[in-house]
Design a protein around this ligand. Structure first.
Ligand code: 48H
Length: 264
C-alpha cells in the first residue's frame, strides 16, 4: 500500500508540459525580460516582480545565481561592504562582521535566499535558455529578445540548425555579467560601443557600477558587471554589494521607463 496518491505516468508528463506551455505563452509578452540570473539580475527581478510587473528571467544555465554561489577562488564565502548588508537583512541572510563596514556571509545561504525571494515576488524563469539576438523596432528600440535552447551549442551543426524564438517585452535588462551579451548584440550592429572592464580597484568600482546602472539604449537597461564592461569601469573582485545595489537601481530605472511608456 503506497503512502502516495495514485497517478499515472502520462499525468506527470501532461502536468509538466501544460504548466510550462501556459507560462511560456503568457511570458512571450512580458513587461520586463532580464537576461542573466546572477545577483544583479535576480535582485532586479525581485524588485520589479514585487512591484506587480510580469518579469521573465532568461538564464542559459540550468541553475540560477551566476557567480553568487562562490565568493572568490574556490571558497563559498561572500563579502559585501556597507550599506549592502542591508539587503542581507531584508533577505534574512545571517552574516559576520569581518572589519568595520565589511561583512561576510555563506554564499549558498545568500544565493538560495535571493533566488527564493525572487520566486516569492513572482518572477518567472526560462532556464537552459540563451540569448541569441534582440528584437529591434522603430528607432532601433529594444523590444524583446530572441532565445534558443542553450545546449544546442554542444550539438553538431547539422543537428543544431534550430531556429530561435522571439519573446517580447517593454524593457530588457542586460544582467549577463562580464559578457554584457545583450549590449554586444547592439555593438555588432554599430549601435553602441563597449569599453571593456578595467583592472581591479574595489574602492572605485562599486560606486561607479551603481552610478552607471541605467538605460544604455532605448529599451535596454544594464545591471551588474555588464555595467563595468560597457563603461570601462574597474572590476571589484569577490565582493558583491554593488551587484545587489545595481540590481535595485536597474529596477528603479526600469519602473520609471515603464511609467513613461504607460503613465498610471
Ligand atoms: C542567457 C546568460 C547569457 C546569455 C550570461 O556573472 P553573473 O553573476 O553576473 P552579475 O553581474 O549579476 O554578477 C557578477 C558577479 O557574479 C561577478 O562576477 C563579480 C562581482 N565579479 C567581479 C570581478 O572583478 O570579477 O551572472 C550572469 C548570469 C549567469 O548566470 C550567466 O549564465 C547568464 O547571466 N548569462 N544567460 N543568455 N547569453 N550570458
Amino acid at each position: 500500500m503506497s503512502i502516495f496518491h495514485p497517478t499515472s505516468e502520462k499525468d506527470v508528463t501532461r502536468a509538466i508540459v501544460s504548466s510550462f506551455l501556459r507560462q511560456f505563452e503568457e511570458y512571450a509578452d512580458s513587461d520586463v525580460i532580464i537576461v542573466g540570473g546572477g545577483p544583479s539580475g535576480l535582485m532586479a527581478g525581485r524588485e520589479l516582480a514585487h512591484g506587480g510587473l510580469r518579469v521573465l528571467i532568461v538564464e542559459r544555465n540550468n541553475y540560477l545565481g551566476g557567480g553568487f554561489w562562490i565568493g572568490g577562488y574556490f571558497m563559498n564565502k561572500l563579502t559585501l561592504r556597507a550599506p549592502a548588508q542591508q539587503v542581507l537583512d531584508e533577505l534574512g541572510v545571517p552574516y559576520e562582521k569581518a572589519n568595520e563596514g565589511l561583512y561576510v556571509a555563506d554564499a549558498p545561504h545568500a544565493c538560495s535566499k535571493l533566488i527564493a525571494a525572487t520566486c516569492d515576488a513572482g518572477a518567472k524563469f526560462a532556464s537552459l535558455t540563451m540569448l541569441e539576438d534582440v528584437i529591434l523596432r522603430e528607432g532601433n528600440r529594444v523590444a524583446g529578445v530572441v532565445v534558443n535552447w542553450s545546449p544546442i551549442i554542444y550539438l553538431p551543426k547539422e543537428v543544431a540548425a534550430l531556429d530561435p524564438v522571439p519573446l517580447e517585452s517593454k524593457v530588457v535588462i542586460d544582467a549577463t555579467g562580464h559578457d554584457a551579451s545583450v549590449v554586444k548584440k547592439l555593438e555588432q550592429r554599430g549601435l553602441i560601443k563597449t569599453k571593456g572592464e578595467g583592472g581591479l580597484w574595489i574602492e572605485k568600482s562599486e560606486d561607479a557600477v551603481v552610478e552607471h546602472t541605467g538605460e544604455v539604449h532605448p529599451g535596454l537597461v544594464i545591471a551588474g558587471m555588464a555595467v563595468a564592461t560597457v563603461y570601462g569601469l574597474p572590476r571589484m573582485g569577490p565582493t558583491f554589494g554593488s551587484m545587489l545595489l545595481s540590481g535595485k537601481r536597474a529596477a528603479e530605472v526600469t519602473a520609471q521607463i515603464l511609467e513613461k511608456l504607460a503613465p498610471i
